[in-house]
Design a protein around this ligand. Structure first.
Ligand SMILES: [Zn+2]
Length: 434
């Protein structure tokens, strides 16, 4: 009887016993069309071969990064040659990068580390699993109970389709004064591992103090909400089974899984604009706006707390961009200049440490627009004025597989960018749409 139960279980969860998917010889090409006409031809090719575009072309920079499986390589390269677009191999063997990431992540857990924060119990120079992230948030709350100048509390905003917690931690002075708030999330796309790592680092700096001494000013000015891992199911799957997984893990039929949560938010939702109605697509928009538990969790929490919410920042990778709405249309919000100026404060501060260059712009500058993004909804649906999507390191050399030794520099510069951005906001002026 027990034997039967175990085999049924193994059958149901076939992936438990199987090895992670391999990406030997899988490549990422940087394609640079020389004209708008060439760009259109490359985009048609992308659709024809159902390629995964890792980085989209923008106005003024038509280059794009495209992931190509070995069996598609020959026809795709042949077609690109006919088109005449310039091609460079960014990543020659994706499996090699994944292997390196795995071994250096393991090493990082074994070595004593030199975190800039003062929390000795958590390594901010490694990629963590879901359970470790949940535990970290609990440890922070416990630690603040013996601190007099900072307080923290966890709210479970909801549960993923596989039943994991979607947590937000509030970090605040705890002196009874209610301040304007900033909401920050990460990990909406499973494979973008650097995003949760960045948000966890932010929490650490704010609670335990930071090298620039920004934390006291930031706590005086704002209440902070951090949701480091919005898509825990997809994130775990990207660790155990398929490193390049992007969506959540809801079964869709036709042996396909997942909705692209960042196409599922309910402001001007439209699968025809940068999303898809095909359940097997990596950018499947869902059956309707907010069809997914993960996006619903964010919607409910922000609507309940938006009254004094001044900014929404969602962290993704990659491309080094600080983007503001709209994503669904080429039109700009009426107050786009405010958003543009504040973003430039952030990126200029960020570049001070290592000279890392970020592009600031609206998503309207992206030739490939996308509806259903969380930033569009935060601004258009929830009325949060300063709404951004931030694409972290790098520009394509490693793409989503950012090496472990870049976690800390990425996090330090991102913290500096966030802090100076937040300190530049004018909290005395009316900022909510009312
Ligand atoms: Zn993303």
């Amino acid at each position: 009887m027990a034997g039967v139960t175990i085999s049924v279980l193994l059958l149901l969860c076939g992936y438990v016993a199987s090895e992670p998917a391999r990406f030997d010889g899988h490549k990422v090409l940087q394609i640079v069309p020389h004209s708008l006409q060439e760009l259109q031809q490359v985009l048609a090719l992308h659709d024809l071969y159902d390629l995964d575009m890792w980085r989209h072309p923008r106005k003024g920079n038509h280059s794009m990064d495209v992931y190509v499986e070995p069996e598609k390589l020959e026809p795709v390269l042949g077609a690109l040659k006919t088109i005449g677009a310039h091609v460079k191999v960014w990543i020659d063997d994706l499996q090699r990068l994944i292997d390196e990431e795995k071994s250096s992540n393991k090493r990082s857990f074994q070595l004593p580390y030199t975190s800039q924060g003062r929390n000795p119990g958590f390594n901010h120079e490694a990629y963590h699993r879901y359970s470790s992230i949940v535990q970290y948030l609990r440890d922070v709350v416990t630690a603040t109970q013996s601190m007099s100048t900072v307080n923290a509390s966890i709210t479970t905003m909801g549960y993923s389709s596989e039943g994991r917690e979607i947590n937000v931690i509030k970090v605040f002075r705890g002196d009874g004064v209610s301040r304007p708030s900033i909401f920050i999330d990460g990990g909406i796309h499973a494979r973008e591992w650097i995003a949760p790592a960045t948000v966890l680092y932010f929490i650490n700096q704010l609670v335990y103090g930071d090298e620039f001494d920004f934390a006291p000013q930031l706590l005086d000015k704002f209440d902070w909400y951090f949701a480091p891992l919005l898509n825990p199911d997809g994130y775990e799957y990207s660790h155990t089974t398929y490193r390049l997984w992007r969506k959540n893990r809801v079964e869709q039929g036709r042996n396909c899984y997942g909705t692209d949560l960042n196409r599922n938010f309910g402001y001007e939702w439209n699968p025809a604009v940068g999303g898809s109605t095909n359940v097997c697509s990596d950018v499947y928009s869902g059956s309707q706006p907010f069809s997914e538990k993960e996006s619903q969790a964010v919607e409910t929490f922000i609507l309940n707390n938006r009254q004094n919410m001044m900014a929404y920042l969602t962290y993704h990778s990659y491309g080094q961009m600080w983007l503001y709405p709209w994503g669904y249309t080429s039109a700009l919000p009426a107050d786009w200049q405010d958003l543009d100026a504040a973003a430039k404060v952030g990126t200029s501060a960020l570049s001070q440490l290592y000279g890392t260059n970020y592009v600031v712009g609206s998503s309207t500058n992206v030739l490939y627009s996308a509806a259903g993004g969380s930033d569009d909804w935060a601004k258009g649906g929830a009325g949060v004025k300063y709404s951004y999507t931030i694409e972290l390191r790098d520009t394509g050399a490693h793409g989503f597989v950012l090496p472990v030794n870049q976690i800390l520099p990425n996090n330090r510069e991102s913290w500096r960018g966030l802090a100076e951005f937040a300190l530049s906001l004018n909290t005395n002026r009316g900022f909510h749409r009312g």
